[in-house]
Write a protein that binds this ligand. Structure first.
Ligand code: CP
Ligand code: NVA
Length: 302
């Protein structure tokens, strides 16, 4: 079996992404328990609700045993090197998963690991979240092809992975981000080479949401950026997804957010708690998408 890591959505081809979504939608019993008797390490340098819970349950559903470890316990590059941690843990586990501050840590793990390494969020990307996002939109519409997906706010880890996944699935992505918190010219060029979708970017959030089938946003202050919170609230103040911004989208448009959400900041309570919101379904889909991804990395195919 070929060793595969999952650090970014683009570690999959479009065909493989479609396969992961098929596996994610399959009944657990049909996946054959590929982790029987095996462990999966889940290392968290940052807090988590959804990612920890959904990954632990996905591992159990695949007949494996999750081992949760706090970042301080392993002490990447403090207690011992990333490489030593990885080489030891690969002897205990079939998969190593980590949520890290610095994306280079998961890249260094993947460089020496003989078992799959999964990125459970880094400063650069959040590909497990994007899997659940496209799974949720696929359930909503049947297919993303030709659909318009808007993302408003900070072009961060969540936005990057979402954009990659949507482009790979043939959607039109419209970003609405303030200057300085948007995708760089080079990155936009690189993103435009992904898949069969299209990418437009705007400074005006209303331009991004015009006619959109889904409107996504995320926190203005990601984990690790807490000292910038006040300044960020000022920069992003006109990027709140509220009823006025949603009224600009398609009549049936849905609202999505990876959570945790900060009501009154990046989203109005009336939107996230209203009838267009899909955030709870989206959160639940984290478990199904993680199970599908793990099964794929372990060689399960339909
Ligand atoms: N969306 C997400 O990754 O949530 P957690 O930080 O709670 O895992
Ligand atoms: N962008 C956020 C996502 C949290 C799930 C962060 O990195 O904190």
């Amino acid at each position: 079996m070929t060793l595969r890591h999952f650090l970014e959505i683009t570690d999959l081809t479009a065909t493989e992404l479609a396969q992961v979504l098929v596996l994610s939608a399959m009944p657990t019993a049909d996946l054959g328990g590929p982790l029987a008797g095996a462990g999966v390490a889940l290392i968290f340098e940052k807090p988590s609700n959804r990612t920890r819970q959904s990954m632990e349950m996905a591992v159990v559903q695949l007949a494996g045993h999750p081992v949760y470890t706090r970042g301080e316990e392993v002490g990447f590059d403090v207690r011992e090197s990333v490489e030593d941690v990885t080489r030891i843990m690969e002897g205990y586990h079939r998969v190593l998963a980590a949520r890290v501050f610095d994306h280079a840590v998961v890249q260094r793990m993947a460089a020496v690991s003989s078992v799959p390494v999964v990125n459970m969020l880094s400063d650069h990307s959040h590909p497990l979240q994007a899997l659940a996002d496209v799974l949720t939109m696929t359930e909503e519409w049947g297919s993303l092809s030709g659909r318009t997906v808007a993302y408003v706010g900070d072009f961060n880890n969540v936005a990057r992975s979402l954009t990659q996944a949507c482009l790979m699935m043939g959607a039109h992505v419209r970003l609405g981000c303030p200057i300085g918190h948007d995708a760089s010219v080079d990155e936009v060029d690189a993103l435009r080479r992904i898949g069969s979708g299209s990418l437009e970017h705007f400074v005006d959030p209303a331009m991004a949401t015009a006619g959109a089938d889904a409107v996504h946003t995320d926190t203005w202050t990601s984990m690790g950026q807490e000292t910038e919170k006040a300044q960020r609230r000022e920069v992003f103040s006109r990027y709140q997804v509220n009823d006025a911004l949603m009224s600009n989208a398609a009549p049936e448009a849905v609202f999505m957010h990876c959570l945790p959400a900060y009501r009154g900041y990046e989203v109005a309570a009336s939107v996230i708690d209203g009838p267009r919101s899909r955030v709870i379904r989206q959160g639940h889909n984290r478990m199904h998408a993680s199970r599908g991804l793990l099964a794929f990395l372990l060689g399960v195919r339909t």
